[in-house]
Ligand binder design. Structure first.
Ligand SMILES: CC(C)(COP(=O)(O)OP(=O)(O)OC[C@H]1O[C@@H](n2cnc3c(N)ncnc32)[C@H](O)[C@@H]1OP(=O)(O)O)[C@@H](O)C(=O)NCCC(=O)NCCS
Length: 170
């Protein structure tokens, strides 16, 4: 089976926090950070698969610390696990106080992307090969997260079947 190293699809993005990016607490708006996360993760998934990809699920986003206008925000994304057509992507968000240089992990996220062929059908992706200690740790723990996703997907389908589609005015 074709394989690719984690480093081949790793991405970085660094941004400033502008006045239009903040919420009422004068910290980075969560929706803005989630857009950054989905954006960089989709580039990593595309570089790994070299196919068009879609976000199948945002499995978790943990906002660990507020991000202030005096911080820079740096996102790093890697593929941590591959199934047949699906890829788990991990995004690490590191802030740096631009006055002091002090860094912190402000958020982490896991997302799942699926590679599609020309007919928009799921298609095989290369197997991921982790190398560093961090990559290996994320890869080792991925099977457990994949099991949880499978279970959640089944539950979510049952829940969608139960939901009504009528609007209040109908
Ligand atoms: C994601 C999508 C392509 C899956 O299609 P599907 O017909 O259900 O495909 P399958 O059941 O064959 O599953 C294909 C793979 O996706 C994975 N998958 C599907 N839904 C998933 C979900 N909600 N969470 C995690 N993985 C999921 C399956 O586990 C499977 O993985 P594998 O090939 O590695 O074993 C389809 O649900 C879709 O198009 N969703 C909308 C995507 C979208 O519009 N995203 C937002 C904009 S990019």
């Amino acid at each position: 089976m074709e394989h690719r190293f984690v480093k081949e699809s790793r991405c970085y993005k660094t941004a400033r926090i502008f006045p239009t990016d903040v919420n009422n607490h004068n910290t980075l708006f969560g929706g803005k950070l989630m857009a950054y996360i989905d954006d960089i993760a989709s580039i990593t998934a595309s570089k790994h698969a070299r196919k068009s990809v879609v976000t199948a699920s945002t499995d978790s986003v943990d906002f660990l610390l507020p991000i202030r206008p005096t911080d820079s925000v740096c996102l790093e994304s890697i593929v941590t696990w591959t199934g047949r057509s699906s890829m788990e992507v991990f995004v690490k968000v590191i802030t740096e106080d631009l006055r002091t240089g002090i860094r912190a992990i402000a958020a982490t996220a896991f997302l799942t992307f699926v590679a599609l062929d020309e007919n928009r059908r799921p298609v095989l992706v290369p197997e991921i090969v982790p190398e560093t200690a961090e990559e290996l740790r994320l890869h080792e723990t991925a099977t457990q997260r994949a099991d949880m996703r499978r279970h959640r997907r089944e539950e979510s389908k049952k829940f969608a079947d139960f939901l009504q589609m009528s609007f209040p005015w109908e």
